[in-house]
Design a protein around this ligand. Structure first.
Ligand SMILES: Cc1cc2nc3c(=O)[nH]c(=O)nc-3n(C[C@H](O)[C@H](O)[C@H](O)COP(=O)(O)OP(=O)(O)OC[C@H]3O[C@@H](n4cnc5c(N)ncnc54)[C@H](O)[C@@H]3O)c2cc1C
Length: 441
């Protein structure tokens, strides 16, 4: 096991930094168990792509990205077993080669599986990624190994665990046969797409709406399953469309100083990049997941019950269109759909939901981005839930009102980790636990 001493941990967009005393790179389960057993406090991190301060902040850290092997396949069950540090893109390449898929994918392929599960990572028109996990093993605070399968009640707590119940070691996913999607994209007025959500969810296998704040438009992406040999008229739009993120970066350069320029930038971005229609086909992974990003961003995301969404949307729209409150929002706000499940800390616990993303294209100035505050205010008022891996300020008292299993989760956490070994300062405050020494600045 490799060890580095006395360094600085920096998140991917450089918004979270912490000093550490020891950083271990592990490659085996035995090493993972040993380092957890012998540490008083410890945090494990993956690709460092969370905006929330959940992955570091302690003297001892484990980099899990070197614990990244694909371990086995079960061809008759369509399952794959991997180590938790495997990168999602590598897992997806491996299952596509088998003719399989996981039918709900986030719009990022560089994250680790362990990080994705811990924070409730999701895609659209399906369930959270963790719902496709059938078995896992976790290393508990005392270094012992606990194996969990679908029949164990605890699995509903472990699927989304913020990395505070134990550290995921090996994970098995149940896959489905791969399918081809016929994807169609194009702009629509808000008055057109908003009332059609339920109808479209019934009709299409894939639905995602990129809402374009301050333009009264959404960019609707639908996907229908087709036979892979079906011929379609491919239309990827003009070649310059691929420069959308660079154009956004330039247009938003001074939006932290003059927030109102965002409204003008959005209108220009709509005209330049979202007015065309597009049509293409491919697997869910190939046709819908972003493979590279030119620059870093900062993110928040909130989830609300499907039935409540139209009201919350209109309220948010009114709020951000007030020129007085500086809550101008960069393009796009990603609207996706997650179907109900039973995982305790899932956004979709017990109800079908809509998720709404909020992006700041200037990661460095995110602290002054009023939009994050407005979206939190509006969604919290209606019982909305924050994405665990993204920016939000709500703490224990607020969270306990929106997660009916929050208190049960806290009790279980205390049972499994009585000395709070896995709690950094951020999680200590989130869970309203007493702070112990051994946190670093
Ligand atoms: C550009 C971008 C796009 C995104 N798109 C989406 C999206 O489409 N949908 C979505 O839901 N989210 C999305 N996210 C959020 C992202 O999926 C999560 O923040 C995810 O946790 C990042 O994974 P990571 O490997 O970087 O984890 P890290 O940020 O390194 O860690 C996240 C958490 O997981 C814990 N952890 C890591 N490994 C383990 C393990 N083996 N066992 C237990 N705990 C562990 C860490 O301690 C930490 O608490 C996006 C983020 C970015 C930056």
């Amino acid at each position: 096991m490799k060890q580095k001493n006395n360094g600085t941990w920096v998140s991917w967009n450089e918004n979270v930094t912490h000093n550490y005393k020891s950083l271990y790179k592990i490659t085996t389960e035995e090493e993972l168990r040993e380092v957890i057993k012998n540490s008083e406090k410890i945090r494990v991190f993956g690709s460092k792509q969370s905006s929330a301060d959940i992955a570091s902040g302690l003297e001892t850290l484990v980099d899990i990205t070197t614990y990244n092997k694909i371990l086995s396949y079960n061809d008759s069950e369509h399952t794959i077993t991997v180590q938790s540090g495997v990168i999602l893109g590598d897992l997806l390449d491996a299952i596509e080669a088998k003719g399989w898929c996981i039918p709900c994918l986030p719009d990022i392929n560089t994250i680790t599986i362990g990080g994705a599960l811990a924070t409730g990572t999701h895609g659209t028109s399906g369930k959270l990624l963790c719902e496709y996990m059938t078995d896992c093993s976790i290393v508990l605070a005392d270094g012992s190994l606990k194996k969990i399968n679908e029949k164990d009640e605890i699995i509903d707590a472990v699927r989304v665990s913020l990395g505070v119940l134990g550290i995921m070691s090996e994970i098995t996913f149940k896959c489905e046969p791969i399918y081809t999607l016929h994807v169609k994209e194009g702009p629509e007025d808000d008055s057109e797409w908003l009332p059609k959500i339920k109808e479209r969810l019934n009709k299409h296998a894939f639905l995602r709406i990129l809402w374009l704040p301050h333009t009264d438009k959404g960019y609707v992406i639908t996907g229908d399953k087709i036979n892979p040999d079906t011929e379609i008229t491919e239309n990827l739009g003009p070649a310059y469309l691929k420069h959308r993120r660079t154009a956004s970066k330039i247009l938003y350069k001074y939006s932290h100083i003059f927030p109102w320029t965002t409204a003008i930038a959005n209108k220009l971005l709509y005209r330049g990049f979202f007015r065309n229609t597009k049509e293409h086909k491919g697997s869910l992974y190939q046709a819908t997941v972003t493979k590279s990003r030119g620059s870093t961003i900062e993110l928040a995301e909130w989830t609300i019950g499907l039935d409540k969404f139209p009201k919350v949307f209109e309220e948010l729209k009114t709020e951000i269109n007030k020129w007085s409150n500086k809550s101008f929002i960069h393009i796009p706000m990603d609207i996706r759909f997650v179907y109900k499940d039973k995982s305790w800390l899932s956004y979709a616990y017990g109800e079908d939901t809509v998720t709404m993303g909020c992006v700041s294209r200037n990661a460095a100035t995110a602290d002054t981005y009023e939009a994050f505050k407005s979206i939190e205010k509006v969604f919290l008022k209606h019982g909305g839930k924050p994405h665990w891996g993204k920016r939000f300020t709500a703490k224990d008292a607020g969270i306990s009102k929106i997660y009916s299993k929050w208190e049960d989760f806290k009790v279980l956490r205390k049972e499994l980790d009585p000395t709070n070994k896995f709690l950094n300062p951020y999680l200590t405050e989130l869970l309203n636990e007493k702070q112990r020494a051994n946190a670093v600045a």
